[in-house]
Design a protein around this ligand. Structure first.
Ligand code: LCS
Length: 407
Protein backbone atom coordinates (compact mmCIF):
# COMPACT_ATOMS: atom_id res chain seq x y z
CA UNK A 1 0.00 0.00 0.00
CA UNK A 2 2.86 2.41 0.74
CA UNK A 3 5.93 2.23 -1.43
CA UNK A 4 8.94 2.34 0.87
CA UNK A 5 11.08 0.94 -1.94
CA UNK A 6 10.80 4.10 -3.99
CA UNK A 7 14.06 5.98 -4.47
CA UNK A 8 13.46 9.70 -4.25
CA UNK A 9 15.95 12.27 -5.52
CA UNK A 10 16.75 14.69 -2.71
CA UNK A 11 19.55 16.66 -4.26
CA UNK A 12 18.55 20.17 -5.23
CA UNK A 13 16.18 20.50 -2.25
CA UNK A 14 18.67 22.06 0.16
CA UNK A 15 18.64 18.81 2.11
CA UNK A 16 21.16 18.60 4.94
CA UNK A 17 21.37 14.91 4.14
CA UNK A 18 22.70 15.43 0.61
CA UNK A 19 24.41 18.80 0.84
CA UNK A 20 25.37 19.28 4.48
CA UNK A 21 27.63 16.34 5.18
CA UNK A 22 30.91 18.15 4.54
CA UNK A 23 30.25 20.75 7.19
CA UNK A 24 28.43 18.52 9.69
CA UNK A 25 30.54 15.39 9.63
CA UNK A 26 33.89 16.76 8.50
CA UNK A 27 33.71 20.39 9.73
CA UNK A 28 34.54 21.48 6.20
CA UNK A 29 32.49 24.67 6.16
CA UNK A 30 34.05 25.85 2.92
CA UNK A 31 32.71 22.68 1.27
CA UNK A 32 35.94 22.03 -0.56
CA UNK A 33 36.68 18.45 0.53
CA UNK A 34 36.88 15.96 -2.28
CA UNK A 35 36.31 12.21 -2.13
CA UNK A 36 36.88 9.32 -4.53
CA UNK A 37 33.08 9.24 -4.85
CA UNK A 38 30.84 11.81 -6.48
CA UNK A 39 28.22 13.29 -4.15
CA UNK A 40 25.46 11.39 -5.91
CA UNK A 41 27.32 8.10 -5.49
CA UNK A 42 27.37 8.15 -1.70
CA UNK A 43 25.06 5.95 0.30
CA UNK A 44 23.96 8.35 3.00
CA UNK A 45 23.45 6.70 6.37
CA UNK A 46 24.18 9.64 8.62
CA UNK A 47 21.77 12.42 9.67
CA UNK A 48 18.59 11.17 11.29
CA UNK A 49 16.00 11.72 8.63
CA UNK A 50 14.56 9.16 6.25
CA UNK A 51 14.76 8.46 2.53
CA UNK A 52 11.00 7.80 2.54
CA UNK A 53 8.32 10.22 1.38
CA UNK A 54 6.32 11.98 4.05
CA UNK A 55 2.91 10.28 4.03
CA UNK A 56 0.26 11.64 1.67
CA UNK A 57 -2.09 12.48 4.52
CA UNK A 58 0.49 14.93 5.83
CA UNK A 59 1.18 16.42 2.41
CA UNK A 60 -2.57 16.77 1.85
CA UNK A 61 -2.82 18.64 5.15
CA UNK A 62 -0.19 21.09 3.90
CA UNK A 63 -1.93 21.43 0.53
CA UNK A 64 -5.20 22.24 2.22
CA UNK A 65 -3.51 24.96 4.22
CA UNK A 66 -1.86 26.29 1.05
CA UNK A 67 -5.31 26.73 -0.39
CA UNK A 68 -6.07 29.29 2.32
CA UNK A 69 -3.43 31.40 0.48
CA UNK A 70 -2.36 33.74 3.29
CA UNK A 71 0.56 32.79 5.52
CA UNK A 72 0.67 35.58 8.04
CA UNK A 73 1.92 35.34 11.62
CA UNK A 74 0.62 32.14 13.07
CA UNK A 75 0.36 30.36 16.39
CA UNK A 76 -1.50 27.31 17.56
CA UNK A 77 -4.88 28.59 18.76
CA UNK A 78 -8.00 26.73 19.81
CA UNK A 79 -8.33 23.03 20.54
CA UNK A 80 -7.90 21.25 17.22
CA UNK A 81 -4.15 20.76 17.34
CA UNK A 82 -4.14 19.80 21.02
CA UNK A 83 -6.99 17.35 20.45
CA UNK A 84 -5.07 15.68 17.61
CA UNK A 85 -1.83 15.39 19.55
CA UNK A 86 -3.31 14.38 22.90
CA UNK A 87 -5.46 11.83 21.06
CA UNK A 88 -2.27 10.35 19.61
CA UNK A 89 -0.63 10.22 23.05
CA UNK A 90 -3.71 8.63 24.60
CA UNK A 91 -3.94 5.96 21.93
CA UNK A 92 -0.24 5.16 21.65
CA UNK A 93 0.95 5.66 25.21
CA UNK A 94 -2.14 5.70 27.41
CA UNK A 95 -1.02 9.13 28.53
CA UNK A 96 -2.51 12.58 28.44
CA UNK A 97 -1.85 16.03 29.82
CA UNK A 98 -3.86 19.26 30.19
CA UNK A 99 -3.87 21.62 27.22
CA UNK A 100 -2.46 24.51 29.24
CA UNK A 101 0.83 22.59 29.64
CA UNK A 102 1.49 22.39 25.90
CA UNK A 103 3.70 24.97 24.22
CA UNK A 104 5.15 24.78 20.73
CA UNK A 105 8.74 25.10 19.59
CA UNK A 106 10.45 25.26 16.21
CA UNK A 107 12.23 22.04 17.06
CA UNK A 108 13.28 20.22 20.20
CA UNK A 109 16.89 21.32 19.88
CA UNK A 110 15.97 25.02 19.97
CA UNK A 111 13.76 24.22 22.99
CA UNK A 112 16.68 22.57 24.78
CA UNK A 113 18.91 25.53 24.04
CA UNK A 114 16.32 27.82 25.63
CA UNK A 115 15.40 25.60 28.54
CA UNK A 116 18.96 25.24 29.79
CA UNK A 117 19.06 29.01 30.16
CA UNK A 118 15.64 29.17 31.83
CA UNK A 119 16.32 26.34 34.27
CA UNK A 120 20.01 26.50 35.18
CA UNK A 121 21.76 29.41 36.88
CA UNK A 122 25.16 30.26 35.32
CA UNK A 123 27.07 28.14 37.81
CA UNK A 124 24.76 25.13 37.51
CA UNK A 125 25.38 21.98 35.48
CA UNK A 126 23.52 19.87 32.94
CA UNK A 127 23.56 16.08 33.24
CA UNK A 128 22.90 13.45 30.57
CA UNK A 129 23.81 9.83 29.96
CA UNK A 130 26.51 8.92 27.44
CA UNK A 131 26.87 8.08 24.63
CA UNK A 132 24.56 10.96 23.83
CA UNK A 133 23.09 12.88 20.97
CA UNK A 134 25.70 15.66 20.87
CA UNK A 135 23.16 18.49 20.89
CA UNK A 136 22.47 17.82 24.56
CA UNK A 137 26.03 18.88 25.19
CA UNK A 138 25.77 21.76 22.72
CA UNK A 139 22.69 23.05 24.59
CA UNK A 140 24.84 23.30 27.71
CA UNK A 141 27.87 24.68 25.82
CA UNK A 142 25.78 27.34 24.08
CA UNK A 143 24.62 28.61 27.46
CA UNK A 144 28.10 28.28 29.00
CA UNK A 145 26.81 25.72 31.49
CA UNK A 146 29.06 22.83 32.47
CA UNK A 147 28.14 19.26 31.49
CA UNK A 148 28.14 16.15 33.60
CA UNK A 149 28.03 12.77 31.89
CA UNK A 150 26.91 9.45 33.30
CA UNK A 151 28.21 6.61 31.16
CA UNK A 152 25.76 3.89 30.25
CA UNK A 153 26.98 0.34 30.76
CA UNK A 154 27.22 -1.83 27.66
CA UNK A 155 26.04 -5.28 28.68
CA UNK A 156 26.58 -7.36 25.58
CA UNK A 157 25.02 -4.75 23.33
CA UNK A 158 22.21 -3.87 25.70
CA UNK A 159 22.99 -0.49 27.20
CA UNK A 160 21.93 0.08 30.78
CA UNK A 161 21.86 3.04 33.12
CA UNK A 162 24.43 3.09 35.91
CA UNK A 163 21.88 4.04 38.55
CA UNK A 164 24.39 4.53 41.35
CA UNK A 165 26.43 6.89 39.22
CA UNK A 166 23.33 8.72 38.01
CA UNK A 167 22.08 9.15 41.55
CA UNK A 168 25.43 10.43 42.75
CA UNK A 169 25.52 12.98 39.93
CA UNK A 170 21.90 14.06 40.38
CA UNK A 171 22.61 14.59 44.06
CA UNK A 172 25.20 17.31 43.38
CA UNK A 173 23.32 20.50 44.31
CA UNK A 174 24.97 22.33 41.42
CA UNK A 175 23.63 19.81 38.89
CA UNK A 176 20.11 21.06 38.36
CA UNK A 177 18.99 19.61 35.04
CA UNK A 178 18.92 16.09 33.65
CA UNK A 179 18.28 15.82 29.91
CA UNK A 180 16.98 12.31 29.46
CA UNK A 181 16.60 10.67 26.08
CA UNK A 182 13.65 8.27 26.07
CA UNK A 183 13.97 6.18 23.91
CA UNK A 184 17.68 6.66 23.67
CA UNK A 185 19.66 7.93 20.70
CA UNK A 186 22.11 6.41 19.72
CA UNK A 187 21.73 3.07 21.54
CA UNK A 188 18.07 2.61 20.64
CA UNK A 189 17.08 1.54 24.12
CA UNK A 190 13.44 1.78 25.16
CA UNK A 191 13.81 2.14 28.89
CA UNK A 192 11.59 -0.37 30.64
CA UNK A 193 8.98 0.80 33.10
CA UNK A 194 11.15 -0.52 35.88
CA UNK A 195 14.14 1.47 34.63
CA UNK A 196 11.97 4.57 34.27
CA UNK A 197 10.70 4.12 37.80
CA UNK A 198 14.27 4.01 39.07
CA UNK A 199 15.12 7.18 37.15
CA UNK A 200 11.93 8.79 38.46
CA UNK A 201 12.84 7.84 42.03
CA UNK A 202 16.27 9.46 41.67
CA UNK A 203 14.82 12.57 40.07
CA UNK A 204 12.16 12.88 42.76
CA UNK A 205 14.56 12.24 45.60
CA UNK A 206 17.10 14.81 44.40
CA UNK A 207 14.56 17.34 43.13
CA UNK A 208 16.48 17.84 39.87
CA UNK A 209 14.74 19.28 36.83
CA UNK A 210 14.27 16.77 34.05
CA UNK A 211 13.66 17.23 30.34
CA UNK A 212 12.55 13.96 28.81
CA UNK A 213 13.33 14.14 25.09
CA UNK A 214 10.96 11.61 23.55
CA UNK A 215 11.38 12.54 19.89
CA UNK A 216 12.06 8.91 18.93
CA UNK A 217 9.08 7.47 20.82
CA UNK A 218 6.95 6.59 17.78
CA UNK A 219 9.77 4.86 15.93
CA UNK A 220 9.92 1.59 17.80
CA UNK A 221 9.99 -2.01 16.71
CA UNK A 222 6.54 -3.44 16.03
CA UNK A 223 4.93 -4.86 19.13
CA UNK A 224 7.06 -2.89 21.59
CA UNK A 225 5.73 -0.13 23.79
CA UNK A 226 7.04 3.27 24.73
CA UNK A 227 6.31 4.71 28.15
CA UNK A 228 6.54 8.48 28.62
CA UNK A 229 8.56 9.32 31.70
CA UNK A 230 5.69 11.65 32.63
CA UNK A 231 3.45 8.61 32.98
CA UNK A 232 5.56 7.06 35.70
CA UNK A 233 5.93 10.35 37.59
CA UNK A 234 2.46 11.84 37.25
CA UNK A 235 2.83 14.37 40.05
CA UNK A 236 6.37 15.64 39.56
CA UNK A 237 6.24 19.26 38.50
CA UNK A 238 9.85 19.82 37.43
CA UNK A 239 9.41 17.64 34.37
CA UNK A 240 9.33 18.80 30.77
CA UNK A 241 8.40 16.35 28.00
CA UNK A 242 9.37 16.91 24.38
CA UNK A 243 7.76 15.07 21.49
CA UNK A 244 7.49 15.82 17.79
CA UNK A 245 5.89 14.57 14.60
CA UNK A 246 9.00 15.46 12.63
CA UNK A 247 11.13 12.33 13.02
CA UNK A 248 8.11 10.06 12.90
CA UNK A 249 6.73 11.48 9.66
CA UNK A 250 10.00 12.58 8.07
CA UNK A 251 9.39 16.29 8.10
CA UNK A 252 12.21 17.62 10.30
CA UNK A 253 12.56 20.60 7.97
CA UNK A 254 9.12 21.78 9.06
CA UNK A 255 10.58 22.43 12.50
CA UNK A 256 7.65 21.92 14.83
CA UNK A 257 7.65 20.18 18.17
CA UNK A 258 5.59 19.81 21.31
CA UNK A 259 6.93 20.86 24.67
CA UNK A 260 4.87 19.93 27.70
CA UNK A 261 5.82 22.05 30.69
CA UNK A 262 4.17 21.22 33.98
CA UNK A 263 5.68 23.95 36.10
CA UNK A 264 3.63 27.11 35.86
CA UNK A 265 6.52 29.49 36.51
CA UNK A 266 8.69 27.85 33.84
CA UNK A 267 5.80 27.93 31.40
CA UNK A 268 5.28 31.60 32.06
CA UNK A 269 8.96 32.25 31.53
CA UNK A 270 8.81 30.33 28.26
CA UNK A 271 5.74 32.22 27.06
CA UNK A 272 7.33 35.54 27.98
CA UNK A 273 10.70 34.94 26.38
CA UNK A 274 10.16 32.43 23.58
CA UNK A 275 9.55 33.63 20.02
CA UNK A 276 5.99 32.36 20.01
CA UNK A 277 5.16 31.91 16.37
CA UNK A 278 4.81 28.79 14.30
CA UNK A 279 4.91 27.99 10.63
CA UNK A 280 1.33 27.58 9.38
CA UNK A 281 2.31 24.76 7.02
CA UNK A 282 4.03 22.95 9.87
CA UNK A 283 0.99 23.15 12.12
CA UNK A 284 -1.19 21.80 9.32
CA UNK A 285 1.27 18.98 8.67
CA UNK A 286 1.60 18.05 12.33
CA UNK A 287 -2.12 18.06 12.96
CA UNK A 288 -2.79 15.92 9.89
CA UNK A 289 -0.03 13.52 10.93
CA UNK A 290 -1.49 13.00 14.39
CA UNK A 291 -5.02 12.70 13.06
CA UNK A 292 -4.39 10.49 10.07
CA UNK A 293 -0.82 9.17 10.04
CA UNK A 294 -1.21 6.12 12.28
CA UNK A 295 -1.73 3.57 9.55
CA UNK A 296 1.29 4.73 7.57
CA UNK A 297 3.41 4.58 10.71
CA UNK A 298 2.49 0.95 11.33
CA UNK A 299 3.57 0.07 7.78
CA UNK A 300 6.77 2.07 8.13
CA UNK A 301 7.58 0.17 11.32
CA UNK A 302 7.23 -3.14 9.52
CA UNK A 303 9.58 -1.97 6.78
CA UNK A 304 12.11 -0.81 9.36
CA UNK A 305 11.81 -4.10 11.27
CA UNK A 306 12.73 -5.90 8.07
CA UNK A 307 15.64 -3.53 7.42
CA UNK A 308 16.98 -4.30 10.87
CA UNK A 309 16.60 -8.06 10.37
CA UNK A 310 18.39 -7.75 7.03
CA UNK A 311 21.21 -5.74 8.60
CA UNK A 312 21.61 -8.15 11.47
CA UNK A 313 21.92 -11.07 9.10
CA UNK A 314 24.20 -9.28 6.67
CA UNK A 315 26.64 -8.14 9.32
CA UNK A 316 26.71 -11.57 10.94
CA UNK A 317 27.59 -13.13 7.59
CA UNK A 318 30.10 -10.57 6.33
CA UNK A 319 31.54 -8.83 9.35
CA UNK A 320 31.45 -11.46 12.07
CA UNK A 321 33.42 -9.42 14.58
CA UNK A 322 30.97 -6.51 14.40
CA UNK A 323 28.76 -6.47 17.45
CA UNK A 324 25.22 -5.42 16.76
CA UNK A 325 21.95 -5.87 18.57
CA UNK A 326 18.73 -4.78 16.84
CA UNK A 327 17.62 -1.73 18.80
CA UNK A 328 14.20 -1.47 20.39
CA UNK A 329 13.68 2.04 19.04
CA UNK A 330 14.90 4.48 16.39
CA UNK A 331 15.88 3.63 12.83
CA UNK A 332 19.53 3.84 13.83
CA UNK A 333 21.87 0.89 14.10
CA UNK A 334 24.59 1.32 16.73
CA UNK A 335 27.33 -1.02 15.64
CA UNK A 336 30.48 -1.84 17.59
CA UNK A 337 33.43 -2.13 15.20
CA UNK A 338 36.12 -1.92 17.85
CA UNK A 339 37.49 -5.32 16.81
CA UNK A 340 38.37 -3.83 13.45
CA UNK A 341 39.55 -0.30 14.28
CA UNK A 342 41.90 1.40 16.70
CA UNK A 343 40.16 3.83 19.07
CA UNK A 344 41.74 6.89 17.45
CA UNK A 345 40.75 6.06 13.86
CA UNK A 346 38.26 8.39 12.16
CA UNK A 347 35.44 6.08 11.15
CA UNK A 348 33.36 8.60 9.17
CA UNK A 349 36.52 9.48 7.20
CA UNK A 350 37.38 5.86 6.57
CA UNK A 351 33.92 4.96 5.30
CA UNK A 352 33.51 8.10 3.21
CA UNK A 353 36.85 7.55 1.45
CA UNK A 354 36.97 3.78 1.30
CA UNK A 355 33.33 2.80 1.00
CA UNK A 356 31.44 5.82 -0.33
CA UNK A 357 29.18 5.63 2.71
CA UNK A 358 28.35 8.61 4.88
CA UNK A 359 27.85 7.64 8.49
CA UNK A 360 28.42 8.98 11.97
CA UNK A 361 31.18 7.66 14.20
CA UNK A 362 31.15 7.14 17.94
CA UNK A 363 33.15 10.30 18.55
CA UNK A 364 30.15 12.34 17.46
CA UNK A 365 28.23 11.09 20.54
CA UNK A 366 30.14 12.89 23.32
CA UNK A 367 31.88 9.96 25.09
CA UNK A 368 31.71 6.24 25.89
CA UNK A 369 31.31 5.53 22.20
CA UNK A 370 34.73 4.89 20.61
CA UNK A 371 34.79 2.20 17.95
CA UNK A 372 31.08 2.51 17.15
CA UNK A 373 29.38 3.60 13.99
CA UNK A 374 25.80 4.74 13.74
CA UNK A 375 23.96 3.70 10.62
CA UNK A 376 20.66 5.20 9.59
CA UNK A 377 18.64 2.32 8.10
CA UNK A 378 15.57 4.34 7.08
CA UNK A 379 15.99 3.84 3.36
CA UNK A 380 14.83 1.56 0.56
CA UNK A 381 16.17 -1.96 0.96
CA UNK A 382 18.30 -1.80 -2.21
CA UNK A 383 20.12 1.26 -0.92
CA UNK A 384 20.62 -0.36 2.44
CA UNK A 385 21.98 -3.51 0.81
CA UNK A 386 24.46 -1.47 -1.21
CA UNK A 387 25.54 0.51 1.85
CA UNK A 388 26.11 -2.60 3.94
CA UNK A 389 27.96 -4.31 1.11
CA UNK A 390 30.33 -1.38 0.76
CA UNK A 391 30.86 -1.09 4.52
CA UNK A 392 31.71 -4.78 4.87
CA UNK A 393 33.94 -4.83 1.80
CA UNK A 394 35.87 -1.78 2.96
CA UNK A 395 36.51 -3.25 6.41
CA UNK A 396 37.43 -6.65 5.06
CA UNK A 397 39.77 -5.12 2.47
CA UNK A 398 41.47 -3.05 5.14
CA UNK A 399 42.07 -6.20 7.13
CA UNK A 400 43.32 -8.28 4.25
CA UNK A 401 45.72 -5.43 3.36
CA UNK A 402 47.00 -5.44 6.93
CA UNK A 403 47.43 -9.18 6.76
CA UNK A 404 49.38 -8.96 3.48
CA UNK A 405 51.61 -6.24 4.94
CA UNK A 406 52.37 -8.42 7.93
CA UNK A 407 52.99 -11.57 5.92
N1 LCS B 1 16.47 15.10 20.15
C1 LCS B 1 17.02 13.94 19.78
C2 LCS B 1 17.26 12.90 20.80
C3 LCS B 1 17.35 13.72 18.45
O1 LCS B 1 17.89 12.56 18.10
C4 LCS B 1 17.10 14.73 17.50
C5 LCS B 1 17.48 14.59 16.06
C6 LCS B 1 16.52 15.91 17.92
C7 LCS B 1 16.21 16.07 19.26
C8 LCS B 1 16.22 17.01 16.96
O2 LCS B 1 15.02 17.61 17.24
P1 LCS B 1 14.45 18.77 16.35
O3 LCS B 1 15.21 20.00 16.75
O4 LCS B 1 14.64 18.42 14.92
O5 LCS B 1 13.01 18.84 16.77
N2 LCS B 1 18.49 13.68 15.85
C9 LCS B 1 19.34 13.67 14.88
C10 LCS B 1 20.43 12.78 14.80
O6 LCS B 1 20.71 11.92 15.63
N3 LCS B 1 21.10 13.01 13.69
O7 LCS B 1 20.51 13.95 12.93
C11 LCS B 1 19.40 14.51 13.68
Amino acid sequence: MYNFDEIIERRGTNAMNTDGFRSYIFHDDAGTMTFPYKDEEFIRMWVADMEFATPDVVIDGIKKRLDARIFGYTRVFGHAYYDAFVGWCREKYGWEFPQEQLVMSNGIIPALFEMVDYICAPDEKVLFVTPSYAYFKYAADYNARACVCSDLINKGGRWEIDFDDLERKCADPKTTLLIFCNPHNPTGRIWTEEELERVAAIVEKTGIWCISDEIHCDLIRSGLKHTPLAKVMPDYVRLVTCMAPTKTFNCAGLMISNVIIRDKALREKWLARHYNFDNPLSIAAAQAAYEKGGEWLEELKKYLDANFAFTKEYLAAHLPKARFVVPEATYLAWVDLSEYFAPDESLPGFFAYKAGVLLEGGKMFVQNSDGFIRLNLAMPRVMLAEGLKRICEAVNTKHSEKFIQKA
